[in-house]
Design a protein around this ligand. Sequence first.
Ligand SMILES: CC(C)(COP(=O)(O)OP(=O)(O)OC[C@H]1O[C@@H](n2cnc3c(N)ncnc32)[C@H](O)[C@@H]1OP(=O)(O)O)[C@@H](O)C(=O)NCCC(=O)NCCS
Length: 235
Amino acid sequence: MSHFAPFLQKIRKHGLTPANVICYLSQRCPFAVGLFWGTLRLRLKAALFGVSLGEKTTAHGTVCLMRWPGGVIHIGNRVHFISSWRRATASSLCAPVKLRVFGQGSSISIGDGCELSGTSITARSTSIRLGKNVLVGPNSVITDSDFHAPWPCTARSENPGTERDREVVISDYVWIGMRCIILKGVHIGTGAVIGAGSVVTRDIPPYSVACGNPCRVVKQLAPPVAEKQGLQDRV
Ligand SMILES: CC(C)(COP(=O)(O)OP(=O)(O)OC[C@H]1O[C@@H](n2cnc3c(N)ncnc32)[C@H](O)[C@@H]1OP(=O)(O)O)[C@@H](O)C(=O)NCCC(=O)NCCS
């Protein structure tokens, strides 16, 4: 009841119609329930599957954790996973967040304060590291492998090989737009912005805006003052 009186006051103050109120509640209620169940399920799965999970990390909707024996998944503090169309802001989600590592040597590490929205990350035989406060827009894919060898063509499926797999590093404060693909071996520097729909095949320097397929730098951003004073590119 303690919340009800201020809520009524707000309705009167803003002159809201019943339709406005119903519309608002129809978004807020499933939102709260989705966050509660998503986070509970993520915590249970992480404990059962041997995935390390930081404090205050939350999930809205299902997060698929797929860890083959030997693979490592580490999720930092205050990470937020958006796996539901209700919570996704700019786009509907094609699929829930998926973190998948294969066996020995493969790892995914997600730094503190990251936000992932319907993102698929697959580390087949190397590592994929996201630094702190990385934002990944809806429906992006990050992977360390091509999964099939280009040659010989007859052995693409039977003998895919892992020798061409390369680690991926996404540094602190990177913002990846919606529907991007980050391919093997890429290092994205601190604070860079990757435009929507980009296919990133080569390294992207810190504090740049890069877009397109293939993704190329279109402009340079000014680093924050602390960085200018000599702090190094982290991760
Ligand atoms: C990357 C982005 C933020 C850059 O915005 P901006 O700083 O206003 O950039 P501009 O519009 O000045 O574009 C600079 C150049 O890059 C090009 N460009 C911008 N975004 C592009 C994209 N996604 N793909 C290809 N080219 C792009 C522009 O056409 C322009 O080229 P030109 O100089 O030849 O005309 C924006 O373009 C973008 O992709 N926004 C989507 C963000 C998103 O996905 N949000 C989802 C929620 S997290």
